[in-house]
Design a protein around this ligand. Structure first.
Ligand SMILES: [Mg+2]
Length: 268
């Protein structure tokens, strides 16, 4: 897909995502904005129809629903039900792929998504199917021991059909990730656990994501793959960027209008 089309998808997705959060009066907008570019990149530049995707940081569900809407899996009508009583488009992705096309597992209790992805990648190998499994995890996910168990499991089973992307925005629910539990350096640690690891300098920039994926593709090893993507919480809305409070806050009317104006002027 050419750069202009991708840029337009990003602008449309930003507007949709802000609308969703505003209408629902829901929080986690900063977390949704942090990984939006990665999700757009995966769906529109990277994954085939057969590939599977798991959003381990399920609290950014609105970002996933938005991209699935642009991708044609969630209708505009269904998207309007986000956060409403009785909807399947809840604050976290729902359990079971019969509920929302493209959502395989219920996620959001941190530390579970990568285990699910590794199990799916292994079963894919058993069944000799050809698809890849992509999993986006947060830096907060990496506080969880189960994430590191999944990393060991994936390396042990040589799951080179598994691609993990860390949405490394340096913030999590309770503060700066470095202050909650210091986990750096991700690259060296995950390499030591048996993965091929590449860093994306700016995970909110499609060109940098392109470079990182090109680099990971160069290595045809039997190791699972990981991209450590440096991202910004709240990316695309300057007053939200790198601010912890936007993990939680819903927008008021003025904040919503300011955000929409900024997105439109940035993309004019
Ligand atoms: Mg984070």
């Amino acid at each position: 897909m050419n750069k202009e089309k991708l840029k337009k998808i990003k602008e449309d997705s930003l507007i949709t995502l802000l609308e969703l959060h505003m209408t629902a009066h829901s929080g986690h907008i900063g977390s949704s904005l942090s990984c939006l570019d990665i999700l757009i990149y995966l769906y529109f530049q990277r994954m085939s129809e057969e590939d599977k995707f798991i959003l381990s940081k399920g609290h950014a569900a609105a970002s996933l629903y938005t991209v699935l809407n642009k991708y044609g899996k969630i209708s505009d009508e269904q998207l309007k039900t986000y956060y409403q009583d009785g909807t399947f488009l809840a604050a976290h992705p729902p359990c079971g792929d019969d509920k929302v096309d493209g959502v395989i597992f219920g996620t959001g209790s941190l530390g579970h998504g990568l285990s699910l992805a590794a199990g799916l990648a292994l079963s894919t190998k058993f069944s000799k199917k050809n698809f890849k499994v992509y999993c986006v995890i947060s830096d907060g996910d990496c506080n969880e021991g189960s994430t590191w168990e999944a990393i060991m499991f994936a390396a042990h089973h040589k799951l080179n059909n598994l691609v993990v992307i860390i949405d490394n925005n340096g913030l999590q629910g309770f503060g700066r990730s470095d202050e909650v539990i210091k986990m750096m350096p991700f690259k060296e640690k995950i390499q030591a656990f048996g993965f091929d690891v590449v860093e994306a300098k700016n995970g909110n920039d499609f060109a940098d994501l392109d470079k990182a994926f090109a680099e990971i593709d160069k290595n045809g090893s039997d190791k699972p793959k990981c991209i450590v993507a440096r991202t910004t919480k709240g990316s695309g809305v300057s007053y939200m960027e790198d601010k912890l409070e936007w993990h939680y806050l819903p927008m008021d009317d003025d904040q919503y209008q300011t955000a929409i104006k900024e997105v439109r002027s940035n993309n004019a």
